[in-house]
Design a protein around this ligand. Structure first.
Ligand code: ATP
Length: 513
């Protein structure tokens, strides 16, 4: 049995070997935490983006999409709070010279206590079969001891973050006896704040007044366009503005492949609502978003909600959808009730009114906002890592298969002539040329059929069609299913409907609409 770490390493090398993800500028030894998507990765990423865009924009009458610029007026980031408060608390280990996020060290420590609790509960449940797990959680002495320890750290950590008390954050690390994973020592520096925004200068002169930032989130491009869209689209509250696009953060702890990158893509939607109704919408969007993820057919146990310990300065409620990556449960998407913070800030800094006249109330107000924000690359990693499987097949060989949701697969169908003669290539080409108008289809002649199947399995192609001698005689082909490996003989004329049913995005959208 391979460990999750081995499995993750295999996913990373598979992603490279099959043209999904390459290290950026690899010939120069790469650039840390920056990645390029290859020929198959770009397709998978586009399909995930399409799934999001279509279910947000196409399937909702009251949500429209925009595409704002990456560069924005620098005052935007003053108003949003990013210049002053988009910081991570950092701590260095003096022996290994490695830098860590202090909050991550503490959260990892609490997660370890959780693991201990779960192990104790499992042990007790095995010993006393038939008893309810919840009972052990509330009665087992060792579990209670761990839980009390965790609660105490949690309370101290929350208070320290809320007060911005960095000395206390360091003290928690000291008191919990957290060691550096590299040096194993507890020789820590003080905790400092570090701003995550990348800056550059615009125009020929480089001075303070020309500094602009690479946006650290796409949301602000939506806020500054709120009035433009509301007026030109004659939007009535409640309504949403959606956007996908690049964001940049000078992440310090940039590990775990494409989980935490310095350049990444977000898919964000800001939903503008009447003040006082935001909690209702917050709950609605939480339910909608989790259903959207689950429609992909990935094991439901891999998702969970996590309420934020510390609310951001702009939020009155916030939760993450966490996913069980090969390195544990981590944030995949954030759902935030952002109040009227952003629009009010932009009103103040720009001097322009950003209000809505509500005809039902016969009054004007600054709308409240509920945001859904998911990282496209993180979602890509969630889907890729759970789809990757090494299976032993009938003849004892192992096959590597990506059991991607068929609608997201980079290539939907591969068409093969069994042999490069007797009219088979021509017939296969004919099928290929018909199907390519609807789907991303590939044609292959090289190698034996087994090898061709394996190559398509490895990139997650749901269907392989083989044209053989019989096809020439009776216009039938075999169609092989990626997951079951079963082959079926069907009429060529039946192919389009059969393929469509499996790979057309509309069936995925129907599940969530
Ligand atoms: P984290 O706590 O992991 O740093 P965050 O809470 O700062 O994330 P948000 O600002 O809420 O993240 O961003 C929304 C989404 O954008 C996240 O849920 C995540 O999917 C994605 N995201 C954020 N930072 C990165 C990154 N550095 N690389 C890839 N995706 C990211």
């Amino acid at each position: 049995m391979s460990t999750p770490e081995d499995q993750f390493k295999n996913v990373i090398s598979h992603a490279k070997e099959y043209g999904f993800i390459f290290q950026s500028s690899e010939i120069y030894d790469g650039l840390s935490a920056v990645y390029d998507y290859g020929q198959n990765g770009a397709e998978l990423k586009k399909n995930i983006r399409d799934y999001w865009w279509k279910s947000m924009v196409q399937m909702n009458d009251n949500i429209v999409g925009i595409d704002a610029a990456i560069f924005m007026h620098p005052t935007t980031w003053k108003a949003s709070g990013h210049v002053d408060a988009f910081n991570d608390p950092l701590i260095d280990n003096k022996d290994s010279k490695k830098r860590y996020r202090a909050d991550v060290l503490i959260e990892d420590h609490m997660a370890k206590i959780d693991d201990k609790i779960n192990k104790e509960v499992e042990k007790a449940a095995k010993r006393f079969e038939g008893f309810d797990e919840a009972m052990f959680r509330s009665t087992n002495a060792r579990v209670l001891e761990y839980q009390a320890k965790k609660d105490e750290i949690h309370a101290r950590f929350k208070a320290a973050l809320e007060a911005g008390n960095l000395e206390e954050v360091k003290q928690i690390i000291v008191d919990c006896e957290i060691v550096c994973p590299i040096s194993g020592s507890r020789n820590w520096t003080d905790v400092r704040q570090f701003n995550l925004m990348f800056s550059t200068s615009m125009g020929a002169v480089t001075d303070e007044s020309n500094i602009i930032y690479l946006r650290p989130e796409t949301a602000q491009g939506i806020f500054v366009n709120y009035l433009n869209v509301q007026k030109t689209g004659r939007m009535k509250i409640p309504f949403g503005i959606a956007q996908t696009g690049k964001a940049f953060r000078n992440e310090i702890v940039a590990r775990q492949f494409i989980f935490r990158m310095r350049e990444f893509e977000q898919m964000e939607m800001q939903f503008f609502v009447r003040p006082g109704t935001e909690m209702e919408w917050y709950e609605k969007w939480k339910a909608t978003r989790i259903a959207w993820h689950k429609a992909l057919g990935i094991d439901e146990k891999k998702y969970r909600f996590h309420d934020h310990i510390k609310l951001a300065h702009y939020a009155n409620a916030a939760a993450d959808i966490e996913f069980e990556f090969p390195f544990g449960f981590k944030e995949l998407e954030g759902i935030h009730s952002r109040t009227d913070f952003d629009l009010k800030q932009h009103e103040q800094f720009s001097g322009k009114k950003l209000q809505y006249f509500d005809p039902e109330l016969n009054a004007s107000y600054v709308p409240y906002v509920v945001e859904t924000s998911v990282g496209l690359d993180r979602l890509f990693l969630a889907i890729l890592s759970t789809s990757f499987k090494e299976e032993v097949v009938d003849n004892g060989e192992t096959r590597v298969v990506l059991s991607l949701p068929p609608q997201l697969a980079p290539i939907k169908v591969a068409v093969f002539p069994l042999m490069g003669k007797d009219g088979m290539p021509e017939k296969a080409m004919e099928i290929f040329n018909t199907l390519r108008f609807d789907h991303n289809v590939t044609y292959e002649e090289k190698d034996n059929i087994g090898k061709r199947y394996r190559r398509q399995d490895a990139i997650g192609t749901p269907y392989c069609i083989t044209v053989d001698q019989q096809s020439i005689e009776d216009n039938t082909v075999t169609i092989r299913d990626r997951d079951t490996m079963k082959q079926e003989r069907v009429a060529i004329s039946a192919l389009p409907a059969m393929i469509d049913e499996k790979v057309n995005m509309k069936y995925l959208l129907k599940k969530v609409s």
